[in-house]
Design a protein around this ligand. Structure first.
Ligand code: G3P
Ligand code: CA
Length: 241
């Protein structure tokens, strides 16, 4: 049975990477939540997709140049065409406080492929250990060195390689560098791709699968998970399998 991971939370209907988006994803029975982390100037892990706050908030500039107390004054829903309700950029700490009351899986994407963040992996793993959430977490990144490092620090936490361009037999590459899964862009994925990887023991979780036809095709091919903006739609489609 394929799982459904809510991409940046229930981002088809709520402001991406906000607590409401995560809570609503859980409400519609998503199996997992995918979220993105960056780090503030004073080393706080915060949940936001871009290196800069401009696209999703009423602020401007790089996350890395903000103190945590200042980034929390921004409105993460201001660019969203919603009901005008303000929302803070969540910290990973805040997310874990909520997550520990659920059984949900969390795919943490380290946004460390464009900017280096000092000890991001160590800090994240330390926080996960504090909450005892090791078995509910899957790391991913376009920075594959970062996944190797996570595996060295704590091999009990699953890792996955993100990619958006073709890699020759990515399941073999993943196994060679001790990753547990691959998270390819959905346009690189077909039946054969899924079967090859899954039978080789490397889990496939494709992003971002919003097309019902692809949801059906991938699920019928035995994909481990779909990462989608609309977990409610994906759950209703997958329930037919
Ligand atoms: O983790 C899958 C997907 O989220 C990667 O791309 O740009 O949406 O973070 P992006
Ligand atoms: Ca992401």
């Amino acid at each position: 049975m394929s799982l459904v991971f809510a991409h940046r939370g229930y981002s088809a209907k709520f402001p991406e990477n906000t607590m409401i988006s995560f809570q609503q994803a859980e409400k519609v029975c998503a199996d997992g939540i995918e979220l993105d982390i960056q780090m503030t100037k004073d080393g706080e892990l915060v949940i936001i997709h871009d290196e800069k706050v401009d696209r999703t908030t009423n602020g401007s500039g790089y996350v890395k140049d903000y103190l945590y107390k200042d980034i929390r004054t921004l409105d993460a829903a201001s660019k969203y065409n919603g009901n005008g309700q303000k929302m803070q950029i969540p910290s990973l700490h805040e997310f874990f406080e909520w997550m520990k009351q659920t059984n949900i899986i969390c795919n943490i994407e380290f946004k460390n492929n464009k900017l280096p963040y000092k000890e991001m992996e160590e800090k994240t793993i330390e926080l996960i250990r504090q909450y005892g959430l090791e078995t509910q977490i899957i790391f991913s990144s376009f920075n594959h060195y970062s996944m190797v490092l996570c595996n060295q620090i704590d091999p009990t936490i699953e890792t996955a390689l993100l990619f958006s361009d073709g890699i020759y037999r990515p399941w073999m590459y993943a196994k060679a560098i001790k990753a547990n899964g691959i998270h390819p862009n959905q346009r690189l994925v077909n039946k054969e791709f899924i079967r090859n990887s899954e039978s080789f023991g490397i889990k496939v979780r494709a992003y971002t699968v919003n097309d019902p036809k692809k949801m059906k095709l991938f699920a019928s091919s035995g994909i481990s998970a779909l990462i989608t903006d609309d977990p409610s739609l994906a759950k209703s489609i997958l329930n037919d399998f």
